[in-house]
Design a protein around this ligand. Structure first.
Ligand code: FAD
Length: 247
């Protein structure tokens, strides 16, 4: 990680009680879609720092971070309380390998996210490259309540732009919601529900998969994908499952 520099808060959009998006302006170094930065606030004598994925694509001027206020969390409640004009520290250099250049070409790209982990996918989907690389892109976004499905306007705009190439399947676990599947992602893969719903088979031959967010979803989904013959994607041994844990 490079030096810390100040970022000015342009906007703090509150989607609901806990979910928020920070627009920030700072002179950071170029980054790749899917990477993360670090935000920091001095608390007492310490700079408390945490990782946050970019939501904006690299070509966009302002930085966008999509986060949730974790009850009893150290940093996220303070980020949630920031207002336009405030300053927060940001790492000038981005980190991470959850990027498209680490993922092989295939017919289909499946993007699985829980909660705020939809962010890095929005960054990736904002670049032309991904739409040239895969014939179908399937975004699976799992949340607890329908009101947690943020960024619907941006997702609808991509749907309008890319039509049948882009399939979006939300999961809402704690209430019934129109057009959403209930239950959990790993189970829906294991029993075939997701593939039936989406109308595509997920095989090692035709798919690459990215998993991001809640570590339990990432682990459990990896396990059911391995049962279907997919393997973890490593540089020394390329596979089909690329992962990022948020905690
Ligand atoms: C590579 C990477 C990228 C990340 N990107 C994002 C991001 O884009 N948006 C984001 O909100 N968080 C992201 N995180 C998580 C973030 O770094 C912090 O852990 C989170 O904001 C909580 O910090 P805190 O100091 O408030 O909580 P802490 O006092 O550090 O408590 C940590 C606990 O908070 C919970 N938690 C952490 N992150 C989340 C989350 N996203 N949703 C629900 N519960 C969570 C877990 O139970 C975890 O054990 C990312 C983490 C990593 C490693």
């Amino acid at each position: 990680m490079a030096d810390w520099i100040p970022a000015q808060v342009i906007e703090n959009r509150h989607w609901n009680q806990d979910l928020f998006s920070l627009s920030l302006r700072a002179n950071i170094e170029p980054f790749k879609a899917g990477q993360f930065t670090k935000l920091g606030i001095v608390i007492g004598d310490n700079l408390i720092q945490r990782a946050y994925s970019f939501v904006n694509s690299p070509q966009q001027a302002d930085i966008e971070i999509y986060a949730t206020r974790v009850t009893d969390g150290l940093l996220s409640p303070r980020l949630h309380a920031l207002q336009a004009g405030d300053t927060v520290q940001i790492s000038a250099r981005a980190s991470g390998f959850f990027t498209l250049d680490e993922v092989a070409s295939s017919q289909h790209l499946w993007l699985f996210a829980t909660g705020t982990a939809v962010g890095p996918y929005l960054s990736i989907l904002g670049q032309k490259e991904v739409w040239h690389k895969y014939r179908k892109i399937i975004l699976i976004h799992a949340v607890r309540y329908a009101a947690d499905l943020s960024y619907q306007a941006e997702i609808s705009a991509l749907k309008r732009q890319y039509g049948d190439q882009f399939i979006v399947q939300p999961f809402v676990s704690r209430e019934p919601a129109p057009l959403c599947l209930t239950g959990r992602i790993p189970q829906a893969i294991a029993d075939g529900l997701l593939e039936r719903h989406v109308g595509l088979y997920l095989t090692p031959e035709n798919s690459q998969v990215m998993l991001c967010g809640n570590p339990q979803m990432v682990r459990d989904t990896k396990t059911v994908l391995e049962a279907k013959g997919l393997i973890k994607n490593l540089r020394r041994k390329p596979g089909q499952i690329t992962m990022e844990h948020y905690w």
